[in-house]
Each structure stands twice: as structure tokens, then as C-alpha cells.
Design a protein around this ligand. Sequence first.
Ligand code: SF4
Length: 217
Amino acid sequence: MINKGTLMHEQRKQTIPPLQTATLVYKIGNSLYINITNRCTNVCIFCPKFKEYRLYGNDLLLKTEPSFEDVMAAIGEPVAIDEIVFCGFGESLLRLDLLVRIAKELKLRYTYRIRINTDGQANLVYGRNIIPDLVGLIDCISVSLNAPDPSTYSRLCNTPFGAAGFKGVCDFILAAKNQIPEVIATAVSVPGVDMEECRLLAESLGVAFRIREYSVQ
Ligand code: SF4
């Protein structure tokens, strides 16, 4: 027969979440990166996470998605940084409410620039323009454009939105450009993808362009 103490112990064991061993916050240069989800809208063929969730020695594979309290505790009192960046192996805007809450708290506490690295699909995911949610909180958005046309984008990024995915990214850039101080379009230099065409598209959308080096792991 099981006694009450044993039962309570068993119940406690069942409700304890898995121990978080992943890195929630990591520093590269003068930037502090925040890792709040491993979920993505896209499945990019060049993404290193499909081989390994490690970056600069950090384990970014989350056992559970962190709470506001978890993230703020991990940030602590940062030193020797210029900016805080929402970017892990996942799409941070899939946790929009949490991101906004963290960004508000960071703006209250610090003067650091806040950047989001994003796949630019958030307006399609939420079915509305989410840029106004970020105004006054986010100083820079770096959007993964990755391709000069819809078919290349679909092949590289496997967007679940089909042809609307690429248009969604371009529309997201245009919406952000009007309301966020700095917007950058980026592309990973996958062999065969015309970086000059990507640059011309970014410029036609009215934003700066940056190439991210492709690495075979
Ligand atoms: S959106 Fe970023 S993290 Fe997600 S699969 Fe693509 S490259 Fe990887």
C-alpha cells in the first residue's frame, strides 16, 4: 500500500520540469544574445541547428522555453556590452508577448540598443502587423531575406506559407522600415544564390543589406 508521503513525493517528481542546462544568454563581442525559443516558422536548409545546437561553445538546445523571470535572471547585470539581441536557434517573435515584456524591462533598466534577428514571417504567423508592438522598444531589426525571389526563398527556407512567405518577408521589411529606427536585410551566402540580386532587392525595399557567411559544418 502506498502512503500519503510517498504519493506526494511521486506527484512532485512528475511535475518537476526538466532541468534547464541550455545557455539562455550568451555574449559575442559586445553583443549579448538572448535565446528564448528553439521553435522556427521556417526550416532553412543551411541552418546549423539541424546538426548541432551549439554556437561559440554554448549549448542552445532548450529543455523548456524560459520564462520572463528565467531570462531576466540570466541577463543579470550585463557588463561591457553595447546591445542586446533576441536571437538563438529559433524565431524569437514566435514568443512575441515574452519578447515585448523583456524589451520593456530592459528599456527601463538600461540604455543598450535592442535588436531582433528574425525570419520576417511574424506578420503571417499572427495574421496582423506586429511592428507597432515593437515601436519604442526595438532599435534595430535584422530580417533574413535570404533570396532574391519566391522560388529560391521556398527552396532555401521551406516556408510553410508557400509563395506568400517571400512576399511576407518583403512586406515585413517595408512595414518595419517605416517604424523601427534601423532595419537590415540579410542573406546567407549559400553557393548559387545571387548575393548581388539580394542586395538590389534590399535596396529597392529601402533598407541596408548584409551578407552572412555560409558555413558548411
Ligand atoms: S529561421 Fe533561423 S534558426 Fe530557424 S531554421 Fe532558419 S536559420 Fe535556423
